[in-house]
Design a protein around this ligand. Sequence first.
Ligand SMILES: *[C@@H]1O[C@H](CO)[C@@H](O)[C@H](O)[C@H]1NC(C)=O
Ligand SMILES: *[C@@H]1O[C@H](CO)[C@@H](O)[C@H](O)[C@H]1NC(C)=O
Ligand SMILES: *[C@@H]1O[C@H](CO)[C@@H](O)[C@H](O)[C@H]1NC(C)=O
Ligand SMILES: *[C@@H]1O[C@H](CO)[C@@H](O)[C@H](O)[C@H]1NC(C)=O
Ligand SMILES: *[C@@H]1O[C@H](CO)[C@@H](O)[C@H](O)[C@H]1NC(C)=O
Ligand SMILES: *[C@@H]1O[C@H](CO)[C@@H](O)[C@H](O)[C@H]1NC(C)=O
Ligand SMILES: *[C@@H]1O[C@H](CO)[C@@H](O)[C@H](O)[C@H]1NC(C)=O
Ligand SMILES: *[C@@H]1O[C@H](CO)[C@@H](O)[C@H](O)[C@H]1NC(C)=O
Ligand SMILES: *[C@@H]1O[C@H](CO)[C@@H](O)[C@H](O)[C@H]1NC(C)=O
Ligand SMILES: *[C@@H]1O[C@H](CO)[C@@H](O)[C@H](O)[C@H]1NC(C)=O
Length: 530
Amino acid sequence: MTIFTLILAIANLLLFLSKASSIDTLTLSQSLPDGTTLVSKDETFELGFFSLRNSTNRYLGIWFKNIPVKTVVWVANRDYPLKDNSTKLIITNDGNLVLLTKNNKVQWSTNTTTKASRPILQLLNTGNLVLRNDNEDNKNNNKSSNNNNEDRFLWQSFDYPSDTLLPGMKLGWYRKTGLNRRVIAWKNWDDPSPGNFSWGITFDSNPEMVLWKGSFKYHRSGPWNGIRFSGAFGGSNRLSTHPLFVYKLINNDDEVYYSYSLTNKSVISIVVMNQTLLRRQRNIWIPENGTWRLFQTAPRDICDTYNPCGSYANCMVDSSPVCQCLEGFKPKSLDTMEQGCVRSEPWSCKVEGRDGFRKFVGLKFPDTTHSWINKSMTLEECKVKCWENCSCTAYANLDIRGAGSGCSIWFGDLIDLKVVSQSGQYLYIRMADSQTDAKDAHKKKELLLIGTIVPPIVLVILLAIFYSYKRKRKYEEENVSVVKKDEAGGQEHSMELPLFDLATLVNATNNFSTDNKLGQGGFGPVYKVN
Ligand SMILES: *[C@@H]1O[C@H](CO)[C@@H](O)[C@H](O)[C@H]1NC(C)=O
Ligand SMILES: *[C@@H]1O[C@H](CO)[C@@H](O)[C@H](O)[C@H]1NC(C)=O
Ligand SMILES: *[C@@H]1O[C@H](CO)[C@@H](O)[C@H](O)[C@H]1NC(C)=O
Ligand SMILES: *[C@@H]1O[C@H](CO)[C@@H](O)[C@H](O)[C@H]1NC(C)=O
Ligand SMILES: *[C@@H]1O[C@H](CO)[C@@H](O)[C@H](O)[C@H]1NC(C)=O
Ligand SMILES: *[C@@H]1O[C@H](CO)[C@@H](O)[C@H](O)[C@H]1NC(C)=O
Ligand SMILES: *[C@@H]1O[C@H](CO)[C@@H](O)[C@H](O)[C@H]1NC(C)=O
Ligand SMILES: *[C@@H]1O[C@H](CO)[C@@H](O)[C@H](O)[C@H]1NC(C)=O
Ligand SMILES: *[C@@H]1O[C@H](CO)[C@@H](O)[C@H](O)[C@H]1NC(C)=O
Ligand SMILES: *[C@@H]1O[C@H](CO)[C@@H](O)[C@H](O)[C@H]1NC(C)=O
């Protein structure tokens, strides 16, 4: 044997050893001592023991193997720090993961009760650490397959998230067992034990994502409207349209959960809870710069926190005051808006002329704690359902896709509202009839017209001015717009009237086209401007 072949053999052996040291599974007879790691097949994730900065505590956790900034995405023993580096991870015969000290003291255990036969531990490419029966793998001896079929797992780390939501992880409930997967921030960056800032899904009839500060709601996504969460910005907002992310909310008899995935598998992105800032942050890894880039954050601003303005109020960051009552509502008290708003005119349940619904456009749907849904009802059935129950205060389509479907109704005061522009959502709020019915609006208008002795063209001018003023005002305030085109509630406003020349009017009314004609008053036709 020449020196060369010997070197080759040694090199091969080293290669073999280095390959062998990077394994993704652990069997019953093996253990994982401090200092060794498991690595997922595609080498994305690594499981092992680690310490944080100047603390000597040891933790078992999972981090990205190929990211120079150590980013721990899961911690096993976040509540049970290890005091030295003599601990090892083992699998027990009954199918549990256990952290054992050198004195054979159990420091942490998975505590599952499922039946196991020859359990093995595997770190999957998704970052999921799973315990499963070994024989399951014999059926499907395919090295490249990395199936994430949950039924096969005795236990999985994805069911016990730490502070990070990875693509494919489920946030929410498994109804059968009552398992609630929540993401909870680290206490601080030197201590992975649970802080008091958490993220989860409510278990109400109409689930929504909520950030909690302790036991208080801190941010609410709004219920899912078939396309996105109702509080997410629509239209041009990159959160709902960015091609990199696919979001979903599943709500069926077995489970209710949120999860997201990435369309480009070579991009690395996580959602992490930041206790110091009280923000949920979505980060993307930028390899060129060797840093995480903040992509999205929640809550974004004061109006994105939970219910800053009280009931029936709209929150607008750029306006002063920030809180404004919805149309048809007035402040509960005059000195401060903080207590929210009440109806300007009270309604009386099922009393003809004092009970109806007013349509609001683009509102984030109210808190769903006191609500009820039906997936198959039409909007008309929904309206009837709401009308028949005197505690019902609003209704809407559950799913806004297409012409809209399903029924969502709310009881009691509506809280945590906000205008979300271009959201395509309509909310029907129960109010005194006089403010809701289109026919009534017409009547009101005609009364006004009859009482005004002016030539028809002046009427047109007045209305044109009124509508253009109203539009401008709406645009400026980004206020709730009431869809009814001929809604006339704003006529109480006194205003200084600017003058328009005929050309402007011809232009604004499409040469007095019939399309723009709203109706015929006692003194002539009435047009709307384009
Ligand atoms: C374990 O800790 C001891 C003392 O702190 C240290 O000397 C030793 O190198 C450590 N071993 C490993 C594998 O980290
Ligand atoms: C960790 O180190 C920082 C400065 O490096 C120091 O201010 C802090 O007190 C240390 N924390 C602990 C727990 O030792
Ligand atoms: C497992 O059960 C033991 C005993 O009931 C308990 O002390 C421990 O906190 C549990 N461990 C986990 C990780 O829940
Ligand atoms: C192994 O699994 C991969 C992906 O699931 C599949 O494309 C491939 O055909 C499988 N190979 C065999 C031999 O079954
Ligand atoms: C949350 O924890 C921080 C620091 O640990 C504390 O200052 C704050 O008061 C806590 N908040 C609640 C609502 O418990
Ligand atoms: C996926 O992301 C990588 C890294 O950012 C990029 O180089 C690649 O072009 C992307 N692929 C697609 C199909 O967008
Ligand atoms: C929390 O957010 C701040 C500001 O964006 C950032 O500097 C810090 O690194 C974040 N913490 C973590 C661990 O991401
Ligand atoms: C990398 O950093 C530079 C300078 O900080 C910045 O201009 C650039 O946009 C960053 N690249 C990406 C992809 O974010
Ligand atoms: C939902 O509405 C449909 C149609 O009105 C009705 O048949 C069904 O019983 C309702 N379901 C529930 C749970 O109320
Ligand atoms: C109205 O709805 C509430 C809440 O679901 C319910 O408790 C109450 O019984 C309903 N009232 C009527 C008259 O149906």
